[in-house]
Design a protein around this ligand. Sequence first.
Ligand code: NAG
Ligand code: NAG
Length: 245
Amino acid sequence: TKVNWYPPKIPNRFNQCTIKVRMVQWPPFVINVPNGSWSGPPRSSRGIEISLLDLVAEFANVRMFYHHDQVPDNWGNVYGNGTITGNLKYLYQEIDDIAIGAYAISMKRCLVFDAVSYHKHEKLIFYVPFQTLNSKLTSLGEIMGFGALVLTLFLYLVVTTMSWLVSRHDYTHYQKFDTCAFETYQILLGLSVSLQPRSTKVRFFIAMLIIYSFYVVTAYQTLLTSTLANASTKQEISTIEDILD
Ligand SMILES: *[C@@H]1O[C@H](CO)[C@@H](O)[C@H](O)[C@H]1NC(C)=O
Ligand SMILES: *[C@@H]1O[C@H](CO)[C@@H](O)[C@H](O)[C@H]1NC(C)=O
């Protein structure tokens, strides 16, 4: 904005020189611009290309005259045999200075016209990563379920207490609460214990715990494996705001 790059070619003063712009009404590039209107302060509601030309006009001190043909959508084209049609023909004959309305650059057009690519709007593609996260692995309680955790704790305490209470004829190991609790804890984890109980009453409660822990450990390991194997992904970019952010 501070540097005048080509002073002989582009002087600072154009004195509101008129530039004739032939447009094709084609949103979002040109939106409802009245035939025969002039450039004004840039407003986004008139389309991308009109906004840019309004800006250029303001900058270079020229004024754009926007008009369109009676034939709607009269873009025109350049053919291999040299034929030029539509609005491009007016441009070629220098009746107009600029043609706008979502023109694409092609090789044949480039041989005849200068194309200014301001924005590769329709070819600009965002490739964005998917964020991988194991959202299910946030806590143990979420894998097992809070109820199962409480039930396990409750059963463990009940079995430990009951085994301890009825262990009068068993090993002293089971007669003391702390070693009994240690033993039942090992059983709960599915580990082997050094001293199996010998009295029927204690065996009953220990058997209960063995059966329960077998199911819980199996279920827990299954859930854990499936949770680890199932990486849940979330699309990181899904709105225009996300892209701009
Ligand atoms: C737009 O205005 C021009 C004159 O500036 C006229 O030749 C042309 O026919 C008009 N187009 C339409 C669609 O009315
Ligand atoms: C040039 O080619 C176009 C399309 O292939 C055709 O419509 C047109 O008649 C041709 N013009 C001449 C002069 O051969």
